[in-house]
Design a binder for this molecule. Sequence first.
Ligand SMILES: Cc1cc2nc3c(=O)[nH]c(=O)nc-3n(C[C@H](O)[C@H](O)[C@H](O)COP(=O)(O)O)c2cc1C
Length: 311
Amino acid sequence: MNRVLAHTGAKYPIVQAPMGWIARFELASAVSKAGGLGIIETSSGETEACKTEIMKMIELGLPFGVNLPIMFLRDDAMLKFVCTSGVKFVTTSAGSPAKFVAPLKDAGITVYHAVPTVDAAVKCAEAGIDGLVVEGAEGGGFKNPEEVSTLVLLQAIRDRVDVPIIAAGGICDGRGMAAAFALGAEAVQMGTRFVSSAESPVHRNYKQKIVDAKETGTYVLNKKSTPCIRALKSQHMDAIYEEGRMPADVFKSIKDVYFGGDMEAAPALAGQTSGLIHDIRSAKEIVDGMVAEFFSIASRMGGLGAAHNFG
Ligand SMILES: Cc1cc2nc3c(=O)[nH]c(=O)nc-3n(C[C@H](O)[C@H](O)[C@H](O)COP(=O)(O)O)c2cc1C
């Protein structure tokens, strides 16, 4: 039995990543309707708007989750709301989940925490977390400056903890999903693939820039300060890369990127899978395509195993 499916109630072990302003009802409902797991963000800090999005998902009646990015929560209003609103699945990220595990679990909520290292994974398991989102360096968004690829990180964490793992970073199709499962994951989470999906609310320029990017089309920026991020290359990001550090207010015009299509206004967060994404597809096309490709690869590998033959 796949433990992530048991925990979430989703049909397929494919999770849409939380992404500030982007991971709202329009995208999350499309993913959940396709049989994956939509997640509603709260990292935008727009508490009232996020509460409305969560209520819309509850009314939809399909499995979904909510992300609580610990460092970005100004107070416990969102935690309290999540604990009392009927949410069943939460991912926590960006900080220690220690204080969040007990209230969430007391409310009957399953909790996974996003980790970039083995040490963090072991601490979470000891704190009673239900599962982990294991985020490798290939992914878009806020990163651990000590970069470890998803390939290595999954194995290193699987060796040390028994809780279910959702693999994130560098996955955008059934091939990546099959690889993650081979390394011990029971589900995958994707940000970059879903930012560039048809139902993503971002401006077409952002989606097209992901489609046009090569596998070398992103930078890891601000490694010596915080937050360290992975974002698409642009003239603005070239300057930050050369400088080696990022101004504190670099995200102040982020909505001009997301909704105005000005790709120089702020960092456009995206991962290395930008080099593997060549078109804009609906959430259903993405999920159905992944499931078909995953099972095709699993059958081929199963055949090799049954024949004890490398092909
Ligand atoms: C535009 C964007 C915004 C993101 N915002 C968040 C966030 O608010 N909270 C969070 O836990 N992760 C966030 N992430 C990271 C994702 O959860 C996910 O781990 C990552 O996108 C996976 O790698 P991928 O981009 O290769 O799919 C973001 C990623 C992107 C691309």
